[in-house]
Ligand binder design. Structure first.
Ligand SMILES: NC(=O)c1ccc[n+]([C@@H]2O[C@H](COP(=O)([O-])OP(=O)(O)OC[C@H]3O[C@@H](n4cnc5c(N)ncnc54)[C@H](O)[C@@H]3O)[C@@H](O)[C@H]2O)c1
Ligand SMILES: [Zn+2]
Ligand SMILES: [Zn+2]
Length: 342
């Protein structure tokens, strides 16, 4: 069957791989219908993703259909359309035993650290499939991106009446915004990119935005917007160590700061005047929990999350290698690009 491999940075290759075998106990054979492309794929392509190894079949945001199931599989049946939880956890380490497979010590995200879904069919552990028969395959492929935001917001647990500041309005920030809004808290979004803020106001229904220009005015603006209280929950989705170091200043007394963006660089901030004095809680947020997938599927089903603004670009499987580099250009305005396999 056909597959696409990222041989090395900036070099995709169409390859032919052996047909997937029959599913063993606990496994399912699935047909891949849609593949969402995200920042991890772009960074892998550019050779800027430290967890990415080559050659690699990418693809971790998947909308699939079950073709066959192995013995003992009860959560899905043949014909089910599903979203895939791409975090393959060991089920044995400390984190897994505590029910935190999202940050398993031996975690392999398919499409990043092991081969993913850029192919026609594959075998997956059935426990990683979340049936979503009333969603389109494209919506199924969007669930994983949304799950990242869902988990980050769960970590911060904003309450109605509180204020959430989301910094960075890329796809991950947008997924955070969806759940910040659903929490009933008042959502404010900040970015250095005015165009992204325009999208947030015009399409995501968040009127309060702050353009960060690096001159300190952003803090004054947040101060004014919040009657001096600042934000009880600050979620940094920039991946910038500069933003991640500075964002504690936006947190209110007893506030929570959540890093959903990832940096390899050092993050540092003043302890006594800000973090200690305000008694802040600083948290990381990694991947998402299985329950988040089920929740998101029902939120899309009930129309509480509108997926229409999300998907901005499409390509057919056979066009992907040619089209992919064009999606990297900022002027392309890609939020989420989808590849269709069928
Ligand atoms: N927690 C997880 O499990 C998880 C999963 C996937 C991705 N991520 C990470 O989430 C981050 C965001 O991903 P994305 O695809 O949305 O990236 P992106 O680059 O598309 O978006 C980042 C946004 O942050 C803004 N930004 C950059 N520097 C800023 C600064 N100093 N101040 C304010 N805004 C700034 C950019 O203008 C952009 O709009 C990345 O670091 C990515 O690795 C985390
Ligand atoms: Zn992704
Ligand atoms: Zn584990």
């Amino acid at each position: 069957m056909k597959a696409i491999s990222l041989e090395r940075p900036q070099q995709f290759r169409a390859i032919d791989i052996p047909e997937a075998e029959a599913p063993a106990i606990g496994e399912a054979l699935v047909r891949i219908h849609r593949i969402g492309i995200c920042g991890t794929d772009y960074s892998g392509y550019l050779g800027k993703m430290p967890f990415f190894s080559y050659p690699r079949i990418p693809g971790h945001e998947l909308g699939v259909e079950v073709l066959a199931v192995g013995e003992d599989v009860t959560n899905v049946v043949s014909g089910d359309r599903c979203s895939v939880e791409p975090y393959m956890n060991c089920q044995q380490c400390f984190a897994c035993r505590r029910g935190n497979g999202n940050c398993c010590e031996n975690l392999k995200v398919i499409g990043v650290m092991s081969d993913g879904g850029m192919r026609e069919r594959m075998i997956l552990p059935a426990r990683k499939l979340h049936p979503a028969n009333s969603l389109t395959a494209e919506q199924c492929a969007l669930v994983e991106t949304l799950a990242i935001g869902c988990h980050a917001v769960n970590r911060g647990a904003p309450q109605p009446g509180e204020r959430v500041l989301v910094i960075g309005a890329g796809p991950i920030g947008l997924s955070v915004i969806e759940f910040a809004k659903l929490s009933g808290a008042h959502t404010i979004v900040a970015d250095i990119n005015a165009q992204r803020l325009e999208f947030v106001r015009g399409t995501m229904g968040v009127p309060d935005t702050i353009h960060i220009s690096g001159d300190g005015a952003a803090l004054d603006q947040l101060h004014e917007m919040t009657g001096g209280a600042l934000a009880q929950v600050v979620i940094d989705a920039t991946g910038s160590n500069i933003s991640m170091s500075g964002c504690v200043q936006f947190a209110s007394f007893t506030g929570r700061v959540i890093y959903v963006g990832i940096t390899q660089q050092e993050v540092s901030f003043l302890h006594a005047p800000i973090v200690h004095r305000r008694e802040l809680t600083v948290m990381a947020s990694r991947n998402a929990h299985p329950d988040d997938f089920a929740r998101i599927i029902s939120l899309i089903e009930n129309g509480r999350i509108d997926t229409r603004p999300w998907i901005t670009h499409h390509a057919k499987f056979d066009e992907l290698i040619a089209v992919f580099p064009t999606w990297l250009k900022p002027e392309a305005g890609v939020i989420k690009a989808m590849v269709s396999v069928d």
